[in-house]
Ligand binder design. Sequence first.
Ligand SMILES: Nc1nc(=O)c2c([nH]1)NC[C@@H]1CN(c3ccc(C(=O)N[C@@H](CCC(=O)O)C(=O)O)cc3)C=[N+]21
Length: 314
Amino acid sequence: MAIAPLSSSKLSASNSKSQSCDAVIIDGKQVAADVIESVKSRRAMADIVPGLAVILVGNNAASSVYVRNKSAKAEECGFASQQFDLPVDTSEQEVLELINSLNNDTNIHGILVQLPLPKQIDSHQVIQSIAPEKDVDGFHYLNTGKLTTGDTNDALVPCTPAGSIQLIKSVMGASELSGKHAVVVGRSNIVGKPMASLLLQENCTVTVIHSRTNNPGEICRQADIVVAAVGIPNFIKEDWIKQGAVVIDVGINRITTDEGKTKLVGDVDFENVRSKVSAITPVPGGVGPMTISMLMQNTLDAAIRGKSLITKES
Ligand SMILES: Nc1nc(=O)c2c([nH]1)NC[C@@H]1CN(c3ccc(C(=O)N[C@@H](CCC(=O)O)C(=O)O)cc3)C=[N+]21
């Protein structure tokens, strides 16, 4: 990881144990900007132009924010980014052929297929067709296997969980994390499961709860760390949170307010939860910007590994 964790004293200095004291609002934009600075300087030192290919089939609201921010960041980092906007009725075969050509393109180091895909396309087939060393989302079996077995040195780790761990580490030292009870709310392949693996690697005691869990609130209330990834606005209420917990809100939900405006909110009832926690991420400005930064980091890492392979072979 590029960023050293802040000292734990930073948290305790600004946040005494008393309930009236304000929680640390974790500045995801700042931590993400620090990662970007490190990516920029490592890229310049390696003297390479990482190539990132993004494939978008059709369009949906969730995807458009991501696509916008991603292209801008890639450019800022000195990457060559290519975007493929395919019509909503594109066949699976056409996507597989495009991926095959990108797998063989030596100027491309990272391939990302925006999810969800239209229903005529089997996303498992598509993801598994990406060359594992170019799988910057970290969804290929080889990368998920490396993550779950703890072989993370040359694994590409999914961006949102990797970013979430880094945000936790911005308020908690490694020794503080060890032994803590972390509760992950949600069991998706893109967030919940890889998040649980990363937390285990940090020596947390990990519980994953989901829509079929009995007494989820009772379990969540025991958590020192809560990672919410359910995709339901205000799902995590104040009475699910233990006093002093660290809360990471992965949710990105677009809602319409009473005044008819659209607004981005997370999965956590932020306004009511914030008085109870020691630290919490906001939405927007929390996990979202970190996801983008980790994508840039993964793409750079893939490009640097690609270059060293070529050097070894020649
Ligand atoms: N293969 C794949 N990988 C993904 O990682 C992936 C995906 N497909 N499909 C769509 C979702 C969504 N997603 C976001 C990431 C960052 C922001 C983000 O930067 N949000 C900012 C900006 C908010 C704003 O602009 O208002 C924030 O939360 O502060 C949003 C959404 C990644 N996804």
